[in-house]
Design a protein around this ligand. Structure first.
Ligand code: NAG
Ligand code: NAG
Ligand code: NAG
Ligand code: NAG
Ligand code: NAG
Ligand code: NAG
Ligand code: NAG
Length: 412
């Protein structure tokens, strides 16, 4: 999920990037990457629950278990406290993800009372910034700064793994960035380099994997190709890369779009130049309205304004015609093919029933929605089909088609 305070910057970025040509770059230093694999890495399992991805960890002394929603779109770790209004309300909503009680930990250290994060979906948390020991994947960090949600709207804590520059203490309190979890793993010598790889696996699988400090060659189809992360006036704050083409089957989407980059319009192989945010905290993918409506028309998906998303017949999407069986997202050179069935999410209403169209056909949620005036986001419906390396040290994203259900999965 994106913290709201960066919206203005992101909007400025989109306008800047649409007039830039993108360049493909081979991994800057493939040998270095290979070496990272042989050095210290930290592999941690992920749980896929209703299309959100969780990592298990512990906080404090004695250690309290927490499940954290892993989020490349934000940069702070925060957890709930059991006495908050939300957690103390009926039904014990915070039990699933766990809580942290500062005064019950002998290693708790108070930092400041200015923790205040809000995400674009309207959720958020406020309270203290503190430091304590944090463990993930059986590796212990002696001192990690994080937030406590004395007041929050999420029953689950969030582990933001983005750039430290995107922390709320930087955006809101105008303070210097602190070492967030990936940076602190480097600072405490657990891993060598501030980079990690995310393998979400497919929609039907319930576990994925994050590997800090390395790349797992068994989880993708080579080559792994690198792209520059876009910057704003030389500063890298978010995982934004440039999408250059979108195909449904072999049909180019957006060729007649207003968003076609005039500079690139002559090149029919490269008609787009869209700045897109890679965000595991977003379940859906958000693209320009005209591209999305073109897709809806071609696929027979029906837009619902209340939901700001489209419904599609579950069956039709699972047995698509051969010329519409997948979407291909191209980024200069790397191309990620997303099978249509990865884009169709089962919906169960609060009453426990699946919605239907007027004629009784079961309706599923389509995984791509219009961005409107917001940031373009490649969320989990895209990310599951890609193996993605987030290299915060070299400001590069490396992408390759994922290998679903690879058998070498190691539980942490
Ligand atoms: C996380 O912890 C829960 C509760 O102990 C367990 O059921 C789950 O399998 C764990 N997930 C991973 C990925 O280790
Ligand atoms: C911890 O306990 C002290 C002393 O009882 C109290 O003043 C303080 O507010 C407590 N802090 C938290 C974070 O609960
Ligand atoms: C958190 O920040 C928001 C936006 O700046 C503000 O409206 C809100 O009052 C702040 N909350 C706290 C508890 O400081
Ligand atoms: C991966 O495994 C899950 C669970 O066993 C299965 O439902 C799914 O179809 C598999 N996916 C692929 C692409 O083989
Ligand atoms: C649109 O979605 C909402 C739920 O988000 C649902 O209540 C409503 O019935 C849907 N409308 C149509 C026309 O399907
Ligand atoms: C696109 O695919 C369809 C079948 O799926 C085929 O008939 C057509 O020739 C293809 N067009 C191009 C330009 O490859
Ligand atoms: C697939 O082929 C059908 C029949 O020729 C056509 O109506 C449809 O528009 C094509 N879909 C795409 C995405 O090209």
């Amino acid at each position: 999920m994106k913290p709201v305070s960066l919206l203005a910057i992101a909007a400025a970025l989109i306008q800047r990037v649409t007039v830039l040509e993108t360049q493909r770059r081979a991994p800057r230093n493939p040998a270095h990457r290979d070496k990272l694999r042989k050095r210290a890495t930290l592999e941690v399992g992920l749980d896929n629950e209703e299309t959100l991805y969780f990592i298990n960890g512990t906080i404090g002394t004695p250690p309290r278990p927490v499940r954290l929603h892993i989020d490349t779109g934000s940069s702070d770790l925060w957890v709930n406290t059991p006495a908050s209004k939300l957690c103390a309300s009926g039904g014990n909503p915070c039990a699933y993800a766990g809580t942290y009680e500062a005064n019950s930990s002998s290693t708790y250290e108070y930092i400041a009372s200015n923790f205040n994060i809000s995400y674009v979906d309207g959720s958020g948390a406020t309270g203290d910034y503190v430091a304590d020991t944090v463990s993930i994947g059986n590796q212990r960090l002696n001192r990690l700064q994080f937030g406590i949600g004395y007041s929050s709207t999420n029953a689950q804590g969030i582990l933001g793994v983005g750039y430290p520059l995107n922390e709320v203490q930087v955006n809101r309190a105008r303070l210097a960035p602190y070492s967030n979890l990936p940076a602190q793993l480097v600072a405490e010598g657990v891993i060598q380099s501030n980079a990690y790889s995310l393998w979400l696996n497919d929609l039907d699988a319930n576990t994925g994997n994050i590997l800090f400090g390395g790349v797992d060659a068994d989880k993708y189809i080579p080559p792994l190709q690198s792209l520059p992360i876009e910057s704003t006036t030389g500063v890298h704050g978010e995982f934004i890369i440039t999408l250059t083409n979108l195909h449904l089957g072999n049909r180019t989407i957006g060729r007649n779009s207003d968003l076609v980059n005039p500079a690139a319009a002559g090149n029919i192989n490269n008609p787009l130049a869209l700045a897109v945010l890679l965000d595991t905290g977003s379940s859906l993918t958000y693209l320009p309205d005209d591209l999305v409506s073109e897709l809806y028309t071609l696929l027979g998906a029906v837009y619902n304004a209340t939901a700001n998303a489209a419904y599609i017949a579950c069956s039709a999407a699972r047995n698509p015609p051969p010329n519409a069986s997948h979407l291909t997202f191209t980024f200069s050179a790397p191309a990620i093919r997303v099978p249509l069935d990865e884009l169709v999410l089962d919906l169960v209403t609060s009453a426990g029933v699946r919605p239907t169209f007027a004629d009784g056909t079961p309706a599923c949620l389509f995984g791509i929605a219009p961005a409107g005036a917001g940031t373009y986001v490649l969320g989990d419906t895209f990310l599951r089909s890609a193996y993605v390396v987030y290299d915060l040290e070299n400001h590069e994203i490396a992408l390759a088609p994922t290998l679903f259900n690879t058998s070498t999965f190691l539980a942490a």
